[in-house]
Write a protein that binds this ligand. Structure first.
Ligand code: GLU
Ligand code: ZN
Length: 320
């Protein structure tokens, strides 16, 4: 086991980590507000990080809108936002470390080659990498010399269960080797993978508490493996139940997609969004609370464990 969750008495540091792949919507507003409340109610720090390393999916023109939406909600952060694409050096250094400690290896496989070898995993179409290149090349240079191809970098994952301790869900077991296998930390086009970037930045920023949607719970297992390989400590995890409609179904496009920018442009009072977040978190602070109004007595541990509903009545209030 690597070093365990940070010292309980150290000040809380959390982060808001939007990806500018689309406009922020109500689900983001809820995760960010809860993360912010968790840190600020404990006198902690909040870091804003723009996760824009995936050049295929990120739209640079959305960065400003994301930052403005967060500020519109009345959430603030400490220091300048960290924009991942502005400084790649820490990620490159981590790649070097992983290579020199033989925790990662060069892989020249294309996505199409892997697709032929492995059945898509579960229903999300995720491919399990079968380990074709493990032990095959001494380095990315050697891989290029012998195949004439560029290589990606994969973490060598040992088989067996891994327990993720989540403050809201308790202990959750994952078997990363069985689920995704040796996963990419740097792609063949040199783009740093999300998993590595998060781990490097969380360590750089001294993040003690990761508060985010529970769609990322399986990622926590991969991130813990990377933290151990890089000798970083593991933060506390708080994976938030997702937002659903009143029947408990995943939000439909129509509802879940309401962009915060759209609400802002329509002149909606951001405190109506916070009122919904508060209700969904079991807090009653009136119809128009500010973020600061929600701080008193806030305790993320008291969050209802059931999915957070967004009902038609909520929507009517949000979108008059
Ligand atoms: N940027 C990710 C997202 O928007 C969040 C990553 C994280 O919180 O670790 O889904
Ligand atoms: Zn390979």
């Amino acid at each position: 086991m690597g070093p365990q969750a940070s010292d309980r008495t150290s000040p809380v540091v959390t982060r808001l980590a939007p990806s500018p792949t689309g406009l922020l919507h109500l689900g983001h507003a809820r995760s960010f507000a809860l993360a912010w409340l968790h840190a600020r109610s404990r006198g902690g720090r909040v870091v804003l990080r723009v996760e824009d390393l995936d050049r295929e999916r990120c739209k640079p023109q959305l960065v400003d809108a994301c930052v403005r939406d967060i500020a519109w909600l009345g959430l603030d952060w400490d220091g300048e936002p960290r924009v991942q694409s502005h400084s790649l050096e820490p990620y490159e250094r981590a790649c070097k470390d992983l290579l020199s400690s033989a925790r990662a290896y060069a892989c020249t496989c294309t996505r199409a080659e892997i697709a032929v070898l492995s059945a898509p995993h579960a229903d999300d179409g995720e491919q399990r990498y079968p380990g074709t290149c493990r032990g095959r090349f001494a380095s990315p240079d050697a891989a290029r010399a012998s195949t004439g191809r560029e290589s990606g970098l994969r973490l060598a994952v040992e088989p067996g269960p891994l327990a993720v301790r989540d403050e809201l869900r308790g202990e959750c077991a994952f078997d990363v080797a069985a689920e995704v296998g040796d996963f990419l930390v740097r792609r063949r086009d040199n783009a740093i993978a999300y998993q590595l970037a998060v781990v490097v930045d969380d360590a750089l920023d001294g993040v003690t508490d990761v508060v985010r949607g529970d769609d990322l719970l399986p990622s926590a297992a991969r991130q813990i493996l990377l933290q151990r390989a890089l000798h970083h400590s593991t933060p506390r995890y708080w994976h938030l139940p997702l937002v659903t409609d009143e029947h408990g179904a995943r939000l439909s496009k129509r509802r879940g997609d309401i962009g915060l920018s759209q609400l802002r442009e329509r002149g909606v009072d951001p405190r109506t969004v916070l009122a919904w977040v508060a209700r969904s978190a079991g807090l009653e602070r009136g119809p128009r609370p500010t973020a600061a109004d929600l701080l008193r007595g806030f305790d993320l541990r008291a969050l209802p464990r059931a999915p957070a509903p967004l009902s038609p009545a909520d929507l009517d209030e949000l979108v008059p």
